[in-house]
Design a binder for this molecule. Structure first.
Ligand SMILES: Cc1ncc(COP(=O)(O)O)c(C=O)c1O
Length: 390
């Protein structure tokens, strides 16, 4: 088969997480592996009403082919939100609705990466971005993440020495680490991408899930001519609707992305777009998000408490201020993958850090998701991992 399939797909790693989810999500396993939002946060009743209402109101239009950029009223809603909430100069024309922000990552790869091009990203970085970009065979340049964001000296060294096509960053409650960039690091990144004329891709599916409710501004602040901002409804409404969006002020770049999207799927699910628009029109999304924040804050605190109680003291971990993940670091030289093999036998799962790095290292790190387990189950799962670590 190898001689039939493209080099491109041969070199794209299958998703490690999707692979282990088959084992991890079986009923008797306590899983901190997936990045699943808590299903109790899905506004099912309201969405049911929206579905009925849009069929009555719009008839066949909700089942018809539609424009590639997406439903205009939904794009106008997003633009208004970004003007009000983030003080960004955005209008509906700057927005393309995508099939989750995951599709946006694929489109970015398709439009910007030629084989061998340099792409800067955080190390550890979002696995789905590594996978999406890998299809286009880039040369990954990893920048180490520190407690308050990327290592700025390393960031600059890479931009200085390589012709980097774009820098991909997740500044708020990053996946997998839960780390949030400080104001200073945001400013430093902005100055660097400006200085070296590098496109900035800011991916922000978790920004609104801040435990303190504070809005953290964007690095590009709409000031960069060549920047792409990604947003998603997956973590604040439902992931199954597969709706995300790209904000691209640069018209030429936006047109190329639009062409790539036409070729990929013509447009994202229009029924879901109508439904989501009706939902935000008839419900208070901000109040809904506030409830999710309370829920996840409590779940995060429970997990941290359990980790403090059951993990040996030589394991350190992040204390996120929002989002969905905690990142734990085992002592130097230990393999989180080896620990994972044992954990599965004890019916508890997490994601070992290895697939979040692009250099193939054996990682002593692991990602734990806290949004999708009850407090009691969470404590038991952490206790089991803690026992194994000892
Ligand atoms: C950083 C990041 N970007 C993008 C995505 C993709 O999200 P979606 O396609 O559901 O919008 C995820 C999902 O977990 C993520 O963590």
């Amino acid at each position: 088969m190898n001689h039939i399939v493209s080099e491109r797909i041969r070199q794209t790693p299958p998703s490690f997480i999707r692979g282990i989810l088959k084992v991890a999500e079986s009923e008797d396993v306590i899983s901190f592996a997936g990045g699943l939002p808590n299903p109790i946060s899905f506004p099912q009743e309201a969405l049911k009403k929206s579905m009925n209402r849009i069929i009555t109101e719009y008839g066949s239009r909700v089942f018809q082919y539609a424009s590639t950029a997406g439903l205009l009223s939904l794009r106008e809603y997003i633009a208004e939100k970004y003007r009000g909430q983030y003080n960004l100069d955005v209008c509906a024309e700057d927005i393309i609705i995508t099939t989750g922000s995951q599709q946006a990552l694929d489109l970015i790869g398709k439009v910007l990466i030629d084989k061998g091009d340099s792409v800067l990203l955080e190390e550890p970085g979002y696995l789905g971005a590594i996978q999406a970009f890998s299809q286009y065979q880039p040369n990954f340049c990893g920048v180490a993440l520190q407690e308050d964001g990327p290592d700025i000296a390393q960031f600059e060294e890479i931009l200085q020495n390589r012709k980097v096509k774009f820098a991909y960053v997740v500044p708020n409650f990053q996946n997998p680490t839960g780390i949030t960039y400080s104001e200073e690091k945001r400013k430093a990144v902005l100055a660097l991408v400006r200085k070296y004329h590098c496109i900035l891709v800011e991916d922000d599916p978790y920004g609104e899930l801040s435990f303190d409710g504070k809005v953290r501004g964007y690095i590009s602040k709409g000031e960069l001519n060549e920047s792409i901002l990604l947003g998603s409804f997956s973590k604040i409404v439902t992931p199954g609707m597969r709706l995300g969006f790209m904000i691209i002020k640069n018209e030429r770049l936006r047109k190329y992305i639009n062409t790539a999207k036409e070729a990929a799927d013509l447009h994202s699910n229009i029924f879901a777009q109508y439904c989501l628009y009706d939902y935000v029109l008839h419900n208070n999304l901000q109040e809904h998000i506030q409830n999710i924040r309370y829920l996840y804050k409590e779940q995060c605190e429970s997990m941290i408490k359990a980790m403090e109680m059951y993990f040996p003291k030589n394991i350190t971990f992040t204390r996120p201020q929002g989002g969905m993940f905690i990142w734990a670091i085992l002592p130097e030289g230990q393999s989180a993958k080896a620990l994972f093999e044992q954990a599965i036998l004890k019916k508890v799962a997490f994601v070992p850090g290895d697939p979040f790095y692009t250099d193939g290292r054996v990682a002593n790190t692991m990602r734990l998701n806290y949004t999708n387990a009850s407090k009691e189950i969470m404590v038991e799962g952490i206790r089991r991992i803690g026992e194994l670590c000892k």
